[in-house]
Design a protein. Structure first.
Length: 367
């Protein structure tokens, strides 16, 4: 059971899934970016960064787990993460292909293999058999390298060096090989969604963790001295954000990079401030609602696309010209997604337990 002092983790996950949920609405029916005004486009488009918020809080949470568990078995870690993600992901692939006809055209041995091995985003363009599958694949790719990153990045200073180093390497390779990571000629950013680029975002989770490690691991009091050190430690993030913002050309290829990195840094700052001011925001009612959503965020991510499409195509109010139908749609589809995900979450817990039992059996066999 998650300790009360980490309840902000579910709140942040809740924020992330709501952002993703909103971002996918303009892909339904007559709600397209072409018939929205500037502010509506910005509102829906910003939701794409819910993925980056997921990555930051995922990295942060796994570091807590590594330290709390004193994880010394890579195999145990991999088994735990596989059973946490893979079963629901595989079920999602089956249901998506039964519901959406467009996925069936991509159903071949190559794509099935790439999806079940979480390599569906490594070979561009993305070969997803489930909506948002490349995001989950990138998450699993990160799980694979996390134990090795954990060996070398064990302090705040090293985490700052890591994000700066990752940024320099990404920009250098992209410049050297003429937009190697971003190639819009294939119709979407080439490698943009993969671990090769998103590693920067995951490493921001390391920075957040080491900024707050004494508070999390040693229960240091939140006194004036601690807060002063906190604000000093976040200064490099502001500097890095500023440098990213002013750097380089304003061409479309670089635009993808600059915006994602820039916003991701501020999302990491958002996570930092939620941690610091948790006691204050914990009294706000909306915090409790979003936190409940966050507890089932993975299931919501897997199922929300299907439920959005179902509500859009089958509920009578979506066929009307009522100007407020989008608000009603968001509320109804979010409610449906939440309650279906509650049931799916029970299945998640079953597989998580199965993974834990497998680890226990393997550990006993070694004795």
């Amino acid at each position: 059971m998650q300790h009360k002092k980490y309840e902000y983790i579910d709140f942040i996950r809740g924020c992330a899934i709501i952002l993703v949920f909103i971002n996918h609405i303009p892909r339904l029916g007559d709600v397209t970016f072409e018939n929205l005004n500037f502010y509506q486009i910005k509102f829906f488009a910003f939701g794409t960064y819910g993925v980056q918020l997921f990555y930051i809080i995922s990295s942060f949470t796994l570091l807590i787990s590594f330290y709390k568990r004193n994880e010394n078995s890579y195999l145990n870690f991999y088994i735990r993460r596989f059973f946490r993600v893979a079963p629901i992901f595989y079920l999602g692939i089956i249901i998506h292909n039964l519901y959406f006809n467009e996925f069936l055209s991509e159903l071949n041995f190559k794509n099935i293999f790439l999806n079940i091995t979480f390599m569906n985003n490594i070979i561009p363009p993305s070969n997803d058999l489930i909506a948002g599958g490349s995001t989950i694949a990138t998450e699993m790719n990160f799980y694979f390298i996390l134990p090795f990153l954990f060996i070398y990045i064990r302090s705040y200073k090293k985490s700052i060096i890591a994000i700066v180093g990752a940024l320099i390497i990404i920009f250098f390779i992209n410049t050297l090989f003429e937009n190697f990571f971003i190639d819009l000629s294939i119709g979407e950013p080439n490698f943009y969604r993969t671990i090769f680029v998103q590693i920067f975002v995951f490493l921001l989770g390391f920075v957040v963790f080491f900024i707050n490690s004494k508070l999390i691991l040693k229960n240091k009091p939140m006194n004036t001295t601690y807060k002063k050190k906190f604000f000093i430690k976040i200064i490099p993030l502001f500097i890095l954000a500023f440098l990213i913002f002013i750097y380089g050309k304003q061409d479309i290829e670089f635009f993808y990079f600059r915006n994602m990195f820039f916003v991701s840094i501020f999302l990491s700052l958002f996570v930092n401030f939620i941690i610091i001011f948790e006691k204050m925001i914990n009294k706000i009612f909306i915090f409790l609602i979003i936190k409940k959503i966050g507890t089932v965020s993975f299931s919501m991510y897997v199922w929300h696309w299907i439920i959005q499409a179902f509500v859009w195509n089958n509920f009578f109010f979506m066929q009307s010209d009522y100007s407020g139908k989008i608000i009603i749609f968001i509320f109804v589809s979010l409610l449906f997604t939440y309650y279906i995900s509650l049931a799916s979450y029970q299945l998640e817990k079953f597989f998580i337990t199965a993974g834990s039992n497998l680890i226990s059996k393997l550990n006993k066999s070694k004795r």
